[in-house]
Design a binder for this molecule. Structure first.
Ligand SMILES: [Zn+2]
Ligand SMILES: [Zn+2]
Length: 308
């Protein structure tokens, strides 16, 4: 190979690496610009957020075929249909439960107590978006940390850690009770522009989808300082239980840096309990397992007594 050709190859590889590293930050920026400047006719409808987040998820899922991280995580039909089922569940049942059991009661309390946060409504758009991102992530961080430190809460979250591979939609996969608990936030207590809330949700979807995606678009260091990436989130999905007790930030890894739970590293081998993949019924029933085991024990004792 001539020296000039080698330099070209090196230059091309380095350039490609730089371009790929900007895929994630550019997508976050594009989402921010869309919600800031798109016509109100597009952004005012509640369906706009459904369409925008589904589109972002589909795009990131498609990017797994452009530049995959591990061939061992390649999406199979079974994984795809399980993931799609949970995405559908999140957009319907879980979203409805969160609205009815958390956000609407919180809004009612806010109104009955006469709480107003007009100052929030008058902040610049970007600051409102940042506030929502922070509020959602702050709640998720502590809920997630609780789930790794208390046995009942862990039993709701463990199915997410039984995943044996990571893909763009895997952030939505888990026991329904966990999905509900992790969706709780105090955003409803604040008066904010609807589009700022939608923008923040869309940004969080992009970051957390990339943090679960089988893609190799390793972002610049500054991005990984603030936001969760597949590198650090895959470490959170490690096979050992103790190894999972770090990097709790779903999208804002900065919180782990602040609260001392950040750990650098990466894992390809993921999944708890000797990497046993759970079926959807097993994921749904997981927290009830101690109860089911006890009932089964009583039944088998009763059978033994009858036989005797
Ligand atoms: Zn976890
Ligand atoms: Zn995860």
């Amino acid at each position: 190979m001539s020296a000039r050709f080698a330099a070209d190859v090196f230059g091309y590889t380095a350039m490609k690496k730089i371009l790929l590293s900007y895929v994630q930050p550019v997508m976050v920026l594009a989402v921010l610009l869309f919600w800031a400047f798109a016509p109100a006719a597009w952004t005012k409808s509640p369906w706009s957020i459904v369409a925008a987040t589904l589109l972002a998820t589909a795009l990131i899922q498609a990017l797994e075929w452009v530049n995959e991280r591990h061939s061992s995580w390649r999406l199979t039909k079974r994984e795809f249909f399980t993931d799609a089922f949970y995405v559908a569940l999140s957009y319907t049942v879980i979203a409805w439960l969160t609205a009815k059991l958390a956000d609407e009661p919180l809004t009612a309390v806010k109104q009955s107590l006469g709480i107003t946060t007009g100052w929030a409504l008058h902040m610049p758009f970007v600051v409102q978006v940042a506030l929502v991102v922070f509020l959602v992530e702050f709640g998720q961080y502590w809920m997630h940390r609780l789930m790794h430190n208390q046995s009942f809460f862990w039993s709701t979250h463990a199915p997410h850690h039984h995943l044996t591979q990571l893909n763009a939609m895997k952030g939505a996969v888990g026991n329904p009770l966990e999905l509900f608990l992790i969706s709780l936030s105090v955003v409803a207590l604040f008066d904010l522009q609807q589009t700022a809330v939608f923008c923040a949700i869309n940004i969080l979807t992009v970051i957390s989808s990339f943090a679960h995606a089988n893609t190799r678009f390793d972002p610049p260091r500054w991005y990984g300082f603030f936001f969760t990436t597949i590198r650090n989130h895959s470490l959170h999905h490690s096979t050992g239980y103790e190894q999972t007790r770090c990097n709790y930030g779903n999208s804002l890894i900065l919180l782990d840096r602040i609260f001392g739970t950040y750990s650098d590293g990466e894992a390809e081998l993921v999944g708890q309990d000797e990497r046993r993949r759970l079926s959807i019924p097993e994921q749904f029933l997981f927290p009830a397992r101690p109860l089911i085991d006890r009932l089964k024990g009583q039944q088998s004792r009763a059978d033994t007594e009858v036989a005797a």
